[in-house]
Design a protein around this ligand. Structure first.
Ligand code: RBF
Length: 158
């Protein structure tokens, strides 16, 4: 694929709206926490960098990526929450668990976003190896947590 080596961690912020009054939920899976912590820090720092206030960013952990959907719903249901950013890492194993988890999360987060009519961002890194995940958490393919925060800001300006 032509875009295989590109990433969105460099972006044009000139069109971002003012997010100083926006409230963000971060839902972070605890599996592969050495990676999800980097994603979470990337998302958090990006929100702050573009004007969000620390007291308006609500970080919650869930046990694993499968729980991101319910975590997102529990935050999104609050009217004052403007966007929810979900972060997790699923690494392919010997069984098909990764397929089940990733499909469930993709469908689940789509449903939550549509149900509450607000951005619910899919920041699930799905890879074949740990190294590929590290490449996407501050490595050669950027930081998908940064990109997830950028997507949330962009959607708030939609
Ligand atoms: N959660 C993750 O966030 N990443 C994983 O790579 C991951 N692998 C799993 C593999 C198996 C076989 C199982 C049973 C669970 C895995 N989970 C993983 C946890 C899952 O998202 C969820 O927390 C648990 O299944 C409890 O509902």
């Amino acid at each position: 694929m032509a875009t295989a080596l590109q990433h969105l961690s460099t972006y044009d912020a000139s069109s971002f709206i003012d997010i100083s009054e926006k409230r963000f939920g971060l839902v972070v899976a605890e599996w592969n926490t050495e990676i999800t912590d980097v994603l979470s820090a990337g998302a958090y720092d990006t929100l702050l960098k573009h004007g969000a206030r620390a007291e308006n960013i609500f970080r919650n952990s869930v046990p694993g990526s499968f729980e991101l959907t319910l975590g997102a719903q529990l935050l999104a249901q609050h009217e004052e929450m403007d966007a929810v950013i979900c972060l997790g890492v699923v690494i392919k194993g010997e069984t098909k668990h990764d397929d089940y988890i990733c499909h469930a999360v993709a469908q689940g987060l789509t449903n939550v976003g549509l149900k509450y009519n607000k951005p619910v961002i899919f920041g699930l890194v799905t890879t074949n190896t740990l190294e590929q995940a590290q490449d996407r958490a501050g490595g050669k393919h950027g930081n998908k947590g940064v990109e997830a925060a950028v997507a949330a800001i962009q959607m708030l300006g939609f």
